[in-house]
Design a protein around this ligand. Structure first.
Ligand SMILES: C[S@@+](CC[C@H](N)C(=O)[O-])C[C@H]1O[C@@H](n2cnc3c(N)ncnc32)[C@H](O)[C@@H]1O
Length: 454
């Protein structure tokens, strides 16, 4: 048995001939890569006692223990491996990954830096270091590391994708977004069907207001993959086909299941997202009531959760995206979470005092259906509070080339009153950034009238 780094039991397996030990290590690694952790662990353990396989075994076993949820043991094994062979960059990179997933960002950064010092063109370590630097706002250094990653690995589509995305999110000038377009296009030269690159290219072209070119990207993508919900939605967003009343469920799931891991970093770190704070401030301005039953409709990763928890007797979240729901669950502040379409959930719902919808009705055009369902789900004098993007023209709403809808304040006020709400308050605010610009929005609250007040 391999000893736990903190145990003093002696390892065995040291009698194995070198050739046999290496063959067994390959077998263990194959099982590990295939996701058979039980077999991999059983095969790895005796090999840690064999000098020829000890370092690699400790390294991979460290990764495996982390995958099993025993990250402290994993870190200890990786440290043992590194103490035996300090110049192995992969071990430093994997140790960085474990630290990062455990939220130890300083240790993660130190490990990635060590890997890059040992191997200046290590593709994973460069990418990991750049993403971490970007997440902690060290934009200048992140830019250099991303650029170096792409220069040293011009055939790596991930380098194209991440560096281009960085340039679009942190443009210092318009030329940065133009460079991103070139980078995305050269990545697509390597992998023409890379959905992330196609989507990012379309959005970069939108950022440059080159909507015709964006339309061409989506049209070619849709022709190649007619069932893919993203190009279909984005063709409507660019005005090439009719817009639906709201984004369809498949589009929302596809978008947010992919986005879930980076959502919080992207929105808070890079897009200056502040809808949850603005909504809670608006709710706190209303006549105060305690012990509320609250629905967070389109709860996403649960950014509103901790703010609403303090005001709720019962806090329920609903969202279409399973991956976003998983993140919300990890916050531990919801009493219930439902993976469902929010209007359907409202139709089946028990009664609430407050329905909150932060940055989610931007995926709805027509709002009457949502307002009617919310009216039925609220108790008398219950409150609905939500944010929207502002439309400043004659139309009630419009699906824009960003893929999100904008709404006119006139339409929102009328639709709320038609559904039976009063005390309608629509305040202009800026709630997030997009392609380096602030997006104008509305923070809206309204109160459900009781049937006698109509
Ligand atoms: C931009 S995120 C906002 C998440 C969260 N409210 C916040 O402020 O961080 C929008 C969320 O709404 C969800 N969503 C969009 N349309 C939905 C629908 N019709 N039913 C349920 N969830 C929906 C998406 O899956 C996504 O998690």
């Amino acid at each position: 048995m391999l000893r736990d780094p903190r145990s003093d039991r002696k390892p065995d397996g040291h009698a194995l001939p070198k050739k046999e030990a290496i063959a067994r290590l390959r077998h263990a690694m194959a099982a590990h890569q295939a996701g058979d952790l039980d077999t991999a662990e059983r095969l790895y353990r005796p090999l840690a006692g064999v000098p020829a396989t000890r370092t690699d075994t400790l390294h991979y076993l460290g990764v495996l223990m982390h995958q099993r949820g025993r990250s402290e043991v994993g870190v200890a094994f990786l440290r043992q491996a590194i103490s035996l062979l300090p110049t192995q960059p992969d071990a430093h990179n994997n140790l960085g990954n474990i630290h990062k997933e455990c939220g130890d960002l300083e240790d993660a950064e130190a490990s990635y830096r060590r890997a890059v010092t040992l191997a200046p063109a290590h593709p994973q370590a460069l990418g990991n270091l750049a993403v971490l630097l970007e997440a902690r706002g060290a934009d200048d250094e992140a830019r250099l590391v991303y650029r170096h990653w792409l220069r040293t690995h011009p055939a790596d589509v991930r380098a194209h994708y991440f560096y281009g995305r960085f340039l679009c999110t942190h443009p210092e000038r318009r030329e940065d977004i133009e460079s991103a377009v070139d980078i995305f296009r050269s990545g697509l030269g390597i992998q023409p069907d890379h959905a992330g690159l196609l989507e990012a290219l379309g959005m970069a072209l939108y950022g440059l207001e080159r909507i015709d070119e964006a339309t061409e990207v989506y049209r070619a993508w849709s022709t190649r993959d007619p069932d893919h919900p993203v190009p279909r939605h984005m063709l409507a967003a660019c005005g090439a086909i009719d817009a639906p009343d709201r984004a369809d469920d498949a589009y929302i799931r596809n978008l947010f299941d992919r986005f879930a891991n980076s959502f919080d970093d992207q929105l808070i770190g890079h897009l200056a997202y502040r809808a949850p704070d603005a909504l809670v401030a608006a709710i706190d301005n209303l006549p105060h009531r305690d012990a509320l039953d609250v629905l967070d409709a389109g709860c996403g990763t649960g950014l509103c959760g901790p703010l609403l928890r303090a005001r709720a007797r019962r806090l329920v979240g609903v969202d279409l995206s399973a991956s976003m729901i998983d993140k919300a669950a990890a916050r531990g502040c919801y009493d219930e979470l439902h993976e469902a379409e929010l209007t359907r959930h409202l139709d089946d719902a028990s009664r609430y005092d407050l329905v909150v919808c932060a940055d989610t009705l931007v995926y709805f055009g027509e709002l009457n259906t949502f307002f009617n369902a919310t009216y039925r789900a609220l108790r008398d004098h219950g409150v609905v509070a939500f944010t929207l993007e502002a439309l400043d023209d004659e139309r009630p709403y419009r699906l824009t080339p960003s893929g999100r809808y904008r709404h006119s304040a006139t339409y929102v006020a009328r639709a709320l009153r038609d559904a039976g709400f009063d005390h309608v308050d629509i305040a202009p605010d800026t709630l997030r950034r997009e392609a380096g610009r602030w997006v104008d929005g509305w923070v809206v609250t309204a109160r459900r009238m009781s049937p006698g007040e109509h």
